[in-house]
Design a protein around this ligand. Structure first.
Ligand code: E4P
Length: 214
């Protein structure tokens, strides 16, 4: 399973990359807004740090606007994946991008049938938002399981990119289901590393080492 990092904070991206854990990056307008920096600057810098798919989101909601943004974004770097919302105009834009060699990540997916449509339109990635589903008492990971099943049934190439991850349990379930990618906030990535038994075990080894004649 691939790990993308879900942030527009270049310092976090550098830290995670140093761990050898980052296969790509996802951003969204909210994450970019948090940086207080210009969108194009942030995306270009991320592309210079990570050699992998970098999702950058359109903000138009009509086909022409999305296509114009997709063309602009794809000029920033060859690794750009244009993130497009799962609305009717968005699906049209995804189909256009597929025909014109521009990679897409269809975002704001909340149902397996939406995911089926995105795959049929030619999306490279589908992003089911599991945390936001859990927030409203729906089972986000059940949606991922159904998407994986449907994509396997019909051999779609679209990769299942589990998004809106809130905790390590989401990642464990995603890996067991065979999802292609998890996009993980930096804080959750750090949670994955830590285990109290690792800390206790290391403390004991180091304490015992002091008793070894040097
Ligand atoms: C995915 O691409 C989105 O950027 C992200 O995972 C949304 O997560 P949130 O629900 O925590 O905002």
């Amino acid at each position: 399973m691939k790990f993308f990092i879900d942030t527009a904070d270049v310092n976090e991206i550098r830290e995670a990359a140093a761990l050898g854990l980052v296969d790509g990056v996802t951003t969204n307008p909210s994450l970019v807004a948090r940086t207080g920096r210009k969108f194009a600057d942030v995306i270009a810098e991320i592309c210079s740090v990570i050699d992998g798919p970098i999702s950058a989101e359109v903000v138009s909601t009509d086909f022409d606007g999305m296509v114009a943004e997709a063309k602009q974004l794809s000029k920033i770097h060859e690794n750009i994946v244009v993130k497009i919302p799962l609305i009717a105009e968005g699906l049209k834009a995804v189909a256009w991008c597929a025909d014109h060699g521009i990679a897409t990540n269809v975002t704001l997916c909340f149902s397996p049938l939406q995911a089926l449509l995105a795959a049929k339109a030619g999306a490279d990635y589908i992003s089911p938002f599991v945390g936001r589903l859990d927030d409203i008492a729906h089972d986000g990971m059940e949606v991922v399981s159904q998407i994986v099943e449907i994509y396997e049934n019909y051999n779609f190439d679209t990769e299942v990119l589990v998004a809106s991850i809130r905790h390590p349990g989401h990642i464990l379930e995603a890996a067991r289901m065979g999802a292609d990618v998890c996009t993980v906030p930096y804080s959750v990535l750090m949670q994955l590393i830590r285990h109290p038994l690792t800390d206790a075990g290391l403390a004991k080894f180091l304490a015992d080492w002091k008793k070894v004649p040097q």
